[in-house]
Design a protein around this ligand. Structure first.
Ligand code: PMP
Ligand code: GLN
Length: 385
C-alpha cells in the first residue's frame, strides 16, 4: 500500500547533526545556540517545579503566560491581542504550524509556500490532504540569491482553491525580511479573498542594522485573517524546551484549539510559568537580542572574509548563507557532507528547502548562534579550504 508521505525522508537537521557527531565536527548545521539560557529563566523553571506546577496546564496555556504574551505584543507591535480568545500556547512553533494548517486546510485545498521554506510546512499540508503550491522567492530569471518576494509571481499562483498563504519573516534560511512595501502588496493581494495567512515569525527579535520587524500583528487587515506564530526557543536560547504560541482572531483561534487540544492538549507547565515570569521581568532580554546577535554576525562575517567562502547579506535571523563556488563544484548536499567529514564543520544545504532547487546554486547555511570559541574553531577549519 502507498504510504502517506512518500516524499518524506529524515529531516536534513537530523541527518547533518548525526554526521557532525560522527566526525566530531563543529556543528553549525542545525540551528540552536550553544550558550546558556538566562539565569532568571532557569531559576523560574526550578521554582515552578518545586512549587508543584507539574500537572497539565489549561489547554490554551497558563493564563499568566497568555497575558504576558499579549502585553509583549502590545509593547512591540502596538496591538494587544485578547489573551483569552486569541492566544494559544503550543509545543513549539512546529506544533502551532501543524495545528493551524490542520484547522483550516481541507482535502484538495491549495496552500502557497515561498521557496526556500522551512521543511515542516509541506508534510503538514499533505497530511491535511492539501496541496502545497511552491512559488520561488526572488524574481523570475533573477539572481537565485535574491530572497525578496515577487508579488506578481505570488499573485499568479492564486486560484479559487487557494486556502492559505504561508510567509516567514525574518526568513529561514536566508535571513531576508519583509519591508513595509511587501506588507502593502500582501494586504492588497489578500483583500476580498478568503485566503488565510500563516505568518511564521520565530526570529521576530533577531533583526539587524536598525531594521523593523514587520510583524503581521502591526497590520489590522492582515492580522484579522492570520495565524501569527512564534517560539520562545529562539528568543530565550532554549530550542529544546519547545514552547511556542499562536495568535489569531477568535474564530480562527477556536478552530486552532480544536486541533491543539487533541494533538498535545497542552505543553510543559513549568516552562510556561517560567516564561510568564521572565517576559515581563526582563523585557531588555528580547529588546537587546538584535544587538546581541548583530555582534556575532559582524564578527563571524569578518572572519569569513579570510576564507574562500563568500558571505551573503544577513538582515535577520541567526543563519549566514555562504557561496562556496570558489571552493567546490559539488552540489550543496554533497558539499555539506564533504565539509563535515573532511573539514570538520557541519553546514546545512539549501536544496531541502525547495521543491525545485535552482540549478547550479552553490549555497550553504551556517548557524552563528554560537560562542566565540565555537565560531573561532569553525573559522580556523574553514581557512584550510
Ligand atoms: N519555523 C522556522 C522558520 C524555524 O526556523 C523553526 C525552528 N528552527 C521553527 C519554525 C520551529 O520552531 P520550534 O522549535 O519552536 O518548533
Ligand atoms: N529550525 C532549526 C533549523 O532551521 C532546526 C529545527 C529542527 O531540527 N527541527 O536549523
Amino acid at each position: 500500500p502507498e504510504t502517506k508521505l512518500p516524499k518524506v525522508g529524515t529531516t536534513i537537521f537530523t541527518v547533518m547533526s548525526q554526521l557532525a557527531a560522527e566526525h566530531g565536527a563543529v556543528n553549525l548545521g542545525q540551528g540552536f545556540p550553544d550558550f546558556a539560557v538566562p539565569e532568571r529563566l532557569v531559576e523560574a523553571l526550578d521554582k515552578a517545579m518545586r512549587n508543584g506546577l507539574n500537572q497539565y496546564a489549561p489547554s490554551h496555556g497558563l493564563p499568566a503566560l497568555r497575558e504576558a504574551i499579549a502585553a509583549k505584543a502590545g509593547r512591540c507591535y502596538g496591538h494587544r491581542p485578547d489573551a483569552d480568545a486569541e492566544i494559544t500556547v503550543t509545543s513549539g512553533a512546529s506544533e502551532a504550524i501543524f495545528d493551524a494548517i490542520h484547522a483550516v486546510v481541507r482535502p484538495g485545498d491549495e496552500v502557497i509556500v515561498l521557496d526556500p521554506c522551512y521543511d515542516c510546512y509541506e508534510p503538514a499540508i499533505e497530511l491535511a490532504g492539501g496541496i502545497a503550491v511552491h512559488v520561488p522567492l526572488g524574481s523570475e530569471g533573477g539572481d537565485p540569491a535574491d530572497f525578496a518576494p515577487d508579488w506578481s509571481r505570488i499573485s499568479a499562483a492564486i486560484t479559487p482553491r487557494t486556502r492559505m498563504l504561508m510567509i516567514n519573516t525574518p526568513h529561514n534560511p536566508s535571513g531576508a525580511m519583509f519591508g513595509v512595501d511587501d506588507i502593502a502588496q500582501l494586504t492588497a493581494l489578500l483583500r476580498d479573498t478568503g485566503i488565510v495567512l500563516l505568518s511564521d515569525e520565530v526570529y521576530e527579535h533577531i533583526v539587524f542594522d536598525g531594521a523593523r520587524h514587520e510583524s503581521v500583528l502591526r497590520h489590522r487587515e492582515l492580522r484579522e485573517r492570520a495565524f501569527v506564530i512564534s517560539s520562545f526557543g529562539k528568543t530565550y536560547h532554549c530550542t529544546g524546551w519547545k514552547v511556542g504560541y499562536c495568535i489569531a482572531p477568535p474564530a480562527l483561534t477556536a478552530e486552532f484549539r480544536k486541533v491543539h487540544q487533541y494533538n498535545t492538549f497542552c505543553t510543559f507547565t513549568p516552562a510556561q510559568a517560567a516564561f510568564a515570569e521572565m517576559i515581563g521581568a526582563e523585557p531588555e532580554h528580547y529588546e537587546r537580542l538584535g544587538a546581541f546577535y548583530q555582534a556575532k554576525r559582524d564578527r563571524f562575517r569578518e572572519q569569513l572574509l579570510t576564507t574562500r567562502l563568500q558571505p551573503l547579506p544577513v538582515p535577520g535571523g541567526y543563519f549566514q548563507l555562504v557561496d562556496y563556488s570558489a571552493v567546490s563544484d559539488l552540489d550543496d548536499a554533497a558539499f555539506c557532507r564533504w565539509l563535515t567529514a573532511e573539514h570538520g564543520v557541519a553546514a546545512i544545504p539549501l536544496s531541502p528547502f525547495y521543491e525545485t532547487p535552482p540549478a547550479g546554486q552553490r549555497l550553504a547555511r551556517l548557524c552563528f548562534a554560537k560562542n566565540e570559541a565555537t565560531l573561532d574553531e569553525a573559522i580556523a577549519r574553514l581557512r584550510a579550504l
